[in-house]
Design a protein around this ligand. Structure first.
Ligand code: UTP
Length: 415
């Protein structure tokens, strides 16, 4: 088939956009030169408008089912079975059944660093990059096992190039590049209060990464499921880029999930106070899920069981183990879509760039924890927070560069 001329392409798009109520995307078309026009048409054609069909879900009240507690496997019980769990996990790792997936497609807005979060240097006396910390941890495992572990890294359109070149320039911090597989997550359009897609510039619609819940679909779209099949990988240990004490492919955790025949596992930490702002494992309408801090009432935060232990007491640290066959059954359409009210820079009707001081529109996101309940039973698995949880979300204060540095030092990691 011959490629449509841009005029034809323009006409087709124009009528399509008119039919879905998004004609503003071509507002500046006539002012652009031929190259810019082609770029704009290309970008609009690449937009996934299906997100907009779900915009009305934003106004559906409540949204959540009935939340009830889900107990975790706690440290004493894990200690009792540690040997058996560890050997089951090691066996799965040695036979290549488990791979690691780092979610690094986020914007890292709170950190305010102009680059992918993994490229942020947390070092004090010498450079120690976040990616370096993760890879050092994974390399510990590789050495213990005597084999490489396939390592997937999800990037986004915004940070893909920088992430790849950064890791290449640093020789992958000693990891064998043959075992590193990048894939990009999807971008979603960003809209104004009325659901109209904003223009970031005259030649580009505003888009943003579609949250961390679409990771598996993006991996499949990148054709990497073939690698999973070829290599016999049936469990994926998925984790966030920003925890510099992330324990990756932990055999005891893997063994606990495998031994209990769970479809997924979620590492959790005991909350440091009922008011800690962290998502908590729970059941939603009887299925594993996470309830966010803002969704927990005061009464639920303090609720205790008959032994006097708080029942909503185990926070998620974004380190999950998923069984692949179950993941293949979940589509994005089945997941709830979350709407984040954000400040989105745009060009106004006069073509003037505006940097809003207040939220002016909405971004669409899928959340990883919404997958849990759709897979089957999930094992919340307690870990010691001081050893495995040092998130870098902010520059200072809670979950910051400062607190992560202190925790690294506490764990004997020189910075
Ligand atoms: P966060 O929810 O902390 O978001 O992501 P963030 O983008 O890193 O930071 P802020 O909120 O803008 O400050 C938790 C994990 O999920 C990944 C992040 O890279 C991080 O590892 N993530 C988040 C994605 O991979 N894609 C997304 O679209 C969002």
């Amino acid at each position: 088939m011959s490629k449509k001329t841009s005029k034809e392409e323009y006409n087709v798009l124009k009528s399509r956009l008119a039919s879905i109520g998004q004609p503003q995307l071509l507002r500046f078309y006539d002012e652009l030169d031929a190259e810019e026009q082609a770029l704009l048409l290309d970008r609009i054609s690449g937009l996934d408008f299906s997100y907009l069909e779900r915009f009305s879900e934003k106004n559906v009240p409540g949204g959540r089912g009935t939340i009830t507690p889900l107990s975790a496997m706690e440290l004493p019980e894990i200690a009792l079975h540690a040997e058996a769990f560890t050997s089951a996990g090691e066996e799965a790792l040695r036979s290549g059944r488990v791979a690691a997936v780092c979610l690094a497609g986020g914007m890292g807005t709170r950190l305010g660093f102009d680059g992918p979060k993994g490229c942020f240097n947390i070092g004090v006396t010498h450079p120690v990059y976040i990616f370096q910390r993760l890879i050092e941890n994974l390399l510990l495992r590789v050495r213990e096992l005597g084999r490489w572990i396939h390592f997937f890294i999800m990037t986004s359109e915004v940070n893909d190039e920088k992430t790849r070149s950064f890791l290449g320039e640093h020789a992958y911090f000693g990891y064998d590049p043959a075992y590193i597989h990048f894939f990009r997550q999807e971008m979603a359009p960003a809209v104004d209060e009325a659901g109209k897609v904003l223009l970031e510039s005259k030649t580009a619609p505003a888009v943003s990464p579609n949250g961390n819940g679409g990771w598996f679909r993006s991996l499949v779209r990148a054709g990497l499921n073939e690698l999973l099949i070829r290599e016999g990988i049936d469990y994926l240990n998925v984790f966030s880029v920003d925890n510099v004490l992330q324990d990756i492919c932990d055999p005891c955790f893997i063994g606990a999930v495998l031994s209990g025949n769970y479809a997924s596992g979620s590492k959790v930490v005991r909350k440091n106070s009922p008011d800690e702002k962290i998502g908590v494992m729970c059941l939603e309408d009887g299925l594993a899920s996470v309830v966010e801090y803002s969704e927990l009432s005061e009464e639920m935060r303090l609720l205790e069981d008959s032994k006097g232990d708080r029942v909503y007491n185990f926070g998620v640290i974004l380190n999950y183990l998923f069984r692949v066959p179950e993941l293949l059954t979940v589509t994005e359409e089945q997941l709830p879509l979350h709407f984040a009210h954000k400040k989105i820079p745009y060009v106004d009707e006069q073509g003037i760039s505006v940097k809003p001081e207040e939220p002016n529109g909405w971004k669409f996101e899928y959340f990883i924890f919404d997958i849990l309940g759709r897979l089957g039973p999930c094992l919340p698995y307690e870990v010691v927070r001081e050893r495995c949880f040092a998130p870098v979300k902010n520059r200072s204060g809670v979950d910051s560069v400062e607190s992560a540095r202190a925790l690294c030092l506490q764990n004997g990691i020189e910075l």
